[in-house]
Design a protein around this ligand. Structure first.
Ligand code: NAD
Length: 498
């Protein structure tokens, strides 16, 4: 049993609120740690540290700020195995998958090494007689990030790397389900040369989140998690005058056209539907084969693969997927499957009763496959966030396109086809933020930006890419004229650039 406190002003700080949450090993169901849940006083200590350290950090030239990230990337690579195990132990996913979690975050740290270039701005010489005009991007001051359980490495880094590179101090409130890695990342940032107080980790629950969204000294809030909480955090943060970007849930469709390479599509569905036990915001949870023949062939090829998924604890190096994160998540997934059956969908592969010898108390759910799902069913409308793939049969391309178009969520979508014209039409018309053409999980790389549409995102700037530099800085525009231009005396009409 270990205890996880906070990381404030460059130091580990034990919790003092008297409130804690249990951190489970999802493979065994055992409580392995207690994580502190912050009080207002602990959040305030982090804000005080951030406030004291930020001006000097902002005044540090961008090349020096970049060098901290160069060293940090090095440290991540050196410690990769340890970091991945740390994720798997609390999240439950396989160690190789956890490495992907850390690496996708590391890539954003590599991207922000370009901060000297990324933060350059605009200058117009001679905008008027003797007048120069320029815009500068200045840090917001103190930024905060509230992150979900499913990527405890990647999403914190997507937030704190650009925020800190831009000269901000940062307060991270990680998920209480798997809080160890975020603390370790903060330690490594200090080892990489970051001054104390610039990256603080405050563990907590709703109380800490409410403290963040209402704190007068926090200027920007980034949130990733489920849609109801994203909507709530966006509303509260913006009502308090903060800028906010809040990313929510998803229901990602994959359209399989009759001309698609079916083996490729099936492999893509296996990885995107069941990898990480379906607990990814970019997981594919709806397959839409076009035409009866495509649908029948798809089900035929998918079924044996789902039945032979290797499910195990993270210590099983050969496992394809692990358990889901909590007992509640397991119960919720099972009850949604029951609901699907009640509503008339056909459960082709039933993983509800999956049990693993020696891990009977683990939160395992076997791979499930539903056929004949229709848009009015709960299993179609709701994000299940488990290893459950629903097949919705479409008669033709327009009917297939209509499904993700009309769905509440708009995070990711994919089309499998050999027809460039269909793919081009699809990418152009679809109302979803991230589109894959023969790519199942179209998560953009660090130098592009990540974000959904519709109920999958609230706010107007995406994560990473150049959007993140805009989000974590404010624009100031300076119009300057030097004394020789003033000698003409006062002007009483509205100045224009003539
Ligand atoms: P969650 O919404 O339960 O929790 C996210 C964060 O909000 C956590 O830090 C949690 O402590 C906090 N929180 C929880 N309840 C709260 C409340 N009532 N008030 C204030 N704060 C609260 O999400 P989760 O279960 O950790 O993560 C899974 C969800 O995240 C899924 O819906 C998934 O699709 C989504 N997600 C989205 C993206 C994206 O980029 N769009 C990426 C990853 C995960």
């Amino acid at each position: 049993m270990y205890e996880i406190g906070h990381f404030i002003n460059g130091k580990h700080v034990p919790g003092t609120s008297g409130r804690t949450a249990d951190v489970y090993n999802p493979a065994t169901g055992e409580v392995q740690a207690k994580v502190a849940l912050a009080s207002d006083a602990e959040l305030q200590a982090a804000v005080d540290a951030a406030k004291a350290a930020q001006p000097k950090w902002a005044a540090t030239n961008p090349q020096r700020r970049a060098r901290v990230f160069m060293k940090f990337v090095d440290l991540l690579n050196q410690n990769m195995d340890e970091l991945a195990v740390m994720v798997s132990r609390e999240h439950g996913k396989t160690v190789e998958d956890s490495k992907g979690d850390v690496i996708r975050g590391l890539e954003v740290c590599e991207f922000v090494i370009g901060i000297p270039h990324l933060s350059k701005s605009e200058f117009t010489e001679g905008a008027g007689p003797g007048i120069d005009m320029y815009s500068i991007r200045q840090p917001v001051g103190i930024g905060a990030g509230i992150t979900p359980f499913n990527f405890p490495g990647m999403i914190p880094m997507w937030m704190f790397a650009p925020a800190i590179a831009c000269g901000n101090a940062f307060i991270l409130k990680p998920s209480e389900r798997d809080p160890s890695l975020p603390i370790r990342l903060a330690e490594l940032m200090i080892e990489a040369g970051l001054p104390a107080g610039i990256l603080n980790v405050v563990n907590g629950d709703k109380a800490a989140v409410d403290g963040i969204v209402s704190h007068p000294d926090i200027g920007a809030v980034s949130f990733v998690g489920s849609t109801p909480i994203a909507r709530y955090v966006y509303g509260a943060a913006t009502a308090n005058g903060k800028r906010a970007q809040c990313f929510g849930g998803a229901k990602n469709h994959m359209i399989i056209m009759p001309d698609a390479d079916l083996d490729q599509a099936v492999n893509a569905l296996m990885g995107a539907g069941y990898g990480s036990a379906g607990e990814r915001c970019m997981a594919v949870s709806v397959a839409v084969p076009v035409g009866e023949e495509t649908a029948n062939r798809l089900i035929e090829k998918l079924t044996p693969k789902i039945e032979s998924l290797r499910i195990g604890p993270y210590t099983d190096e050969k496992a394809d997927m692990g358990p889901v994160v909590t007992k509640e998540a397991q119960a919720r997934i099972r009850s949604l499957i029951d609901k699907g059956l009640e509503e008339g969908a056909k459960l082709v592969v039933d993983g509800r009763d999956f049990k693993l010898q020696g891990y009977e108390n683990g939160y395992f759910v076997g791979g499930c496959l539903f056929d004949n799902v229709t848009p009015d069913m709960e299993i179609y409308k709701t994000e299940i966030f488990g290893p459950v793939l629903s097949v919705v049969r479409a008669k033709n391309y327009e009917e297939a396109l209509d499904l993700p178009m009309k769905h509440e969520y708009g995070n990711g979508v994919a089309i499998y086809t050999r027809d460039g014209d269909a793919a081009r039409d699809f990418a152009s018309r679809i109302n979803i933020g991230m589109v894959g053409v023969n790519v199942p999980i179209p998560v953009p790389l660090a130098y592009h930006s990540f974000g959904g549409w519709k109920a999958s995102a609230f706010g107007d700037l995406n994560q990473h890419g150049t959007d993140s530099i805009k989000f974590w800085t404010r624009t100031k525009t300076v119009t300057s004229r030097w004394p020789s231009g003033i000698k003409d005396g006062a002007e009483f009409v509205m100045p224009t650039m003539k």
